[in-house]
Ligand binder design. Structure first.
Ligand code: CA
Length: 223
């Protein structure tokens, strides 16, 4: 899972990152509500947010409320310091899916995370299309201008990532995070190489829709 930990206690944050990474999760951390909101609203593929209630700039309740208001449906596991009923109710009201009272056993945190991951995805797999591209996430079939094209798993993931955000510039790092989910050590050049392969496979006229934005990344031209 791709997990964001929003926790201002730097020691706990580092510990969670280390433990979750050992369990093959991809972990991002934020020490403030502001950073947490920034990452949660800009991350393409976030499977869960572990959100502390007591943060320096805003409360975790507020963060959950803002995320829901922005339309995010990412599962939220709230960390609360007190086992007060009012805290739990406020957390769930704010849009959290579950909560854990500090101090907690790490095994319990993992179990809660797994439970959140098992919930039916709110975003259903579907057919994505833009310009000449059509990609079916269920059958993993890709057609370009109506003709089927055989893509490798990575090429498919990169095209899928671009098709999820047509018209938006995606950085090489965003594409790396998306297409290589377990944080394998790679350089942004890897993305360039795969974009090159992808363009060759889809043919010249479709390739022109995959635009390079110099110094930033790539964008799928709309229409
Ligand atoms: Ca805290």
């Amino acid at each position: 899972m791709h997990v964001l930990v929003v926790e201002d206690d730097a020691r706990l944050s580092r510990l969670l990152k280390r433990l979750l990474t050992q369990d093959r999760h991809v972990v991002e951390t934020a020490l403030t509500a502001e950073d947490g909101l920034e990452i949660a609203t800009s991350s393409i593929e976030l499977d869960a947010v572990i959100l502390d209630v007591g943060l320096p700039d805003r409360s975790g309740f507020e963060v959950a409320r803002l995320l829901r208001r922005k339309g995010s449906q990412v599962p939220i596991l709230m960390l609360t310091a007190r086992d007060a009923v009012s805290d739990r109710v406020e957390g769930l009201d704010a849009g959290a899916d579950d909560y854990l009272v500090k101090p907690f056993a790490y095994e319990e945190l993992l179990a809660r995370l797994r439970a959140l991951g098992r919930r039916p995805p709110t975003r259903k797999a579907m057919a994505l299309h833009s310009g000449p591209f059509e990609l079916d996430e269920t059958t993993r079939r890709v057609t370009v201008a109506g003709k089927p094209v055989d893509l490798s798993q990575r090429e498919f993931s990169i095209l899928e990532c671009l098709l999820r955000r047509p018209g938006q510039v995606l950085s090489r790092d965003q594409l790396l995070d998306y297409a290589w989910p377990y944080g394998v050590a790679l350089t942004p050049n890897t993305v360039e190489a795969y974009i090159h392969l992808l363009r060759e496979k889809v043919g010249n006229s479709a390739a022109a829709h995959i635009e390079t934005v110099r110094g930033v990344g790539y964008r799928l031209r709309e229409g």
